[in-house]
Design a protein around this ligand. Structure first.
Ligand code: PEP
Ligand code: MN
Length: 294
């Protein structure tokens, strides 16, 4: 989805932050536009990544890819290697799952992003991915960040749920110093005292990261919130805040999902979310302005 009206609200800052020599915003230097395939993140447009939590079978990932691409997703997501909290949960289909996903994305003509769990896997996965995802649990896996710094593929760097935004930017700095500055930051919720939502969506932390770095910043409302009823409105907040895009979990039949089914949007819910995003600007006029007499 593209919304040419919604460029990031950030303007150039007066002084650079010396802690972030590679990824920090510098006076007079434009924000970095990072492409996944041919999809730009960090320009004027708002990019949407969608797909299931995990690749479950060839049929399922083809179905999911077809549905999200038809409904306007720019990039396909899906995990072939899953970092599960419990060792007894579904761990993903591995490299077989990745080739199923590659075929599904190619059939729809859209690029894919998928999670890499360890430095040893980078080389094997590299020819089959358009972007690598670093999951929240691996944000400070320095060996993995180093290995990704040596590739030329874009890296979607999720923020760990216990990390400050400063630590998140320093993790990005690790990838950049190793040679790769094609980094997209992703806020996916942090731990706080509330347990009503899965995590706490830190929009302010994402805005701070967008302000301090020259990297694109996107939001993952699925993991941050965990409740499908609230995800579309958090997506709208992301667009309204001037952030650069979204990554959202969508499953053809969430009740059958092997992973994170309770937070997945159905294709119909994703369709409605995309329609809302498209009309967001016109949908909510400011009351004060509406009532103001000429
Ligand atoms: C995921 O994207 O499915 C995932 C595991 O995310 P996170 O690393 O943010 O928990
Ligand atoms: Mn998930």
């Amino acid at each position: 989805m593209r919304n040419p009206e919604s460029g990031p609200a950030c303007t150039a800052i007066a002084t650079a932050d010396p802690r972030f020599p590679k990824v920090g915003r510098r006076p007079g230097v434009e924000s970095h536009v990072v492409h996944i395939g041919d999809v730009p993140f960090g320009g004027k447009g708002f990019a949407v990544i969608a797909g299931p939590c995990a690749v479950e079978s060839a049929t399922m990932i083809h179905d999911a890819a077809q549905r999200v691409a038809t409904l306007g997703a720019d990039v396909l997501r899906g995990g072939a290697f899953k970092p599960r909290t419990s060792p007894y949960s579904f761990q993903g289909l591995g490299l077989d799952g990745l080739s199923m996903m590659r075929e599904a994305a190619d059939a729809q003509g859209i690029p894919l992003v998928t999670e890499v769990l360890s430095p040893e896997l980078v080389e094997a996965m590299d020819p089959h991915v358009d972007a690598f995802q670093v999951g929240a649990r691996n944000m400070q896996n320095m060996a993995l960040l180093q290995a990704l710094g040596e590739t030329d593929k874009p890296v979607l760097l999720k923020r760990n749920f216990g990390a400050t935004a400063t630590e998140w930017l320093l993790a990005a700095e690790h990838i950049a110093t190793a040679g790769n500055d094609r980094i997209i930051l992703c806020e996916r919720g942090i731990r706080s005292f509330g347990d009503e939502t899965r995590f706490t969506l830190d929009i302010a932390g994402a805005l701070w990261a967008q302000d301090r770095s020259r990297l694109p910043v996107i939001i993952d409302p699925s993991h941050a919130i965990g409740l499908p009823a609230l995800i579309p409105r958090a997506a709208a907040a992301t667009l309204a805040a001037g952030l650069d895009g979204l990554i959202v979990e969508v499953h053809p039949t969430p009740a059958d999902a092997l992973c994170d089914g309770s937070q997945a949007l159905t294709p119909d819910q994703f369709d409605a979310m995309m329609a809302d995003l498209e009309t967001l600007a016109a949908r909510r006029p400011l009351i004060a302005r509406e009532n103001r007499q000429p």
